[in-house]
Design a protein around this ligand. Sequence first.
Ligand code: NAD
Length: 277
Amino acid sequence: MYDIQSATTLSNGVKMPWLGLGVYKAQEGEEVKRAVRTALEVGYRAIDTAAIYENESGVGEAIQESGVAREHIFLTTKVWNDDQGYESTLQAFEESLHKLRTDYIDLYLIHWPVRGKYTDTYRALEKLYKDGRVRAIGVSNFHIHHLEELLKGCQIQPMVNQVELHPMLSQLELREFCRQRNIQMEAWSPLMKGGDIFQHSVIQELAQKYGKTPAQVILRWDIQSGIVTIPKSVTPSRIQENSDIFDFTISHEDMKKIDAINKNERVGTNPDKYDTM
Ligand code: NAD
């Protein structure tokens, strides 16, 4: 973890950067293109999008125009709930690929654990993986019980679980479950969507102590905890700021202080209630 391109090694040997740019709610067209272009210029080498974000075309264009070789970028997208099921996932994958102007995806995820569907969806991901269309496969918003169900029947273990994770929702139990099975955890809404967490007294105190911003302290806590993180911003100065987390180390004692903030509080939907979103 020494610079912006440092990566974790997934269970199949594929390298995934610890830091990526999230693009949820970045508008299709100029806005998302500018964000991706800025991130790649700053040195980010991972982008997290999804079919439902409706900005895959802009992401694809920005990557193509960036001058950074495709093989140096780790690109994640996700199959949306309405497309789940075996055949429909294969079809959705082709559509994402087309929009993203690429012939492979680095990480393809099941966006939410749609009841009665996600095991079939996962079989499609396994096929894409075996066919060499994706370099890694995984899930998102899976609780332990979803993972247990999936692991019972799958042939290839998911390599990643991307979930809501931040100091107010530290997901300790799920992290331990995944650690034991070599499933890489990845944090969405790591900054709680830019809300009150920045004002928390512990985060404020540590920001002062380390001469960093609250966002940088939280993102550093992620990667030091062994969690891949994908903060979103379309503002160039923030994209830069969020990547400047590789020149300091939070002490063990201070890591514990951040761990203790947890209140099991979500800013997003509980995966058991995805259908009420
Ligand atoms: P986030 O926690 O990354 O917060 C983003 C917001 O925080 C920005 O819009 C901005 O307002 C603010 N912000 C960013 N950097 C800042 C800084 N340095 N200082 C002050 N404010 C700052 O929220 P998110 O976008 O919900 O999550 C990040 C990414 O995770 C998404 O873009 C998406 O790629 C992914 N995601 C995945 C799922 C899923 O279901 N798998 C759900 C939500 C998000």
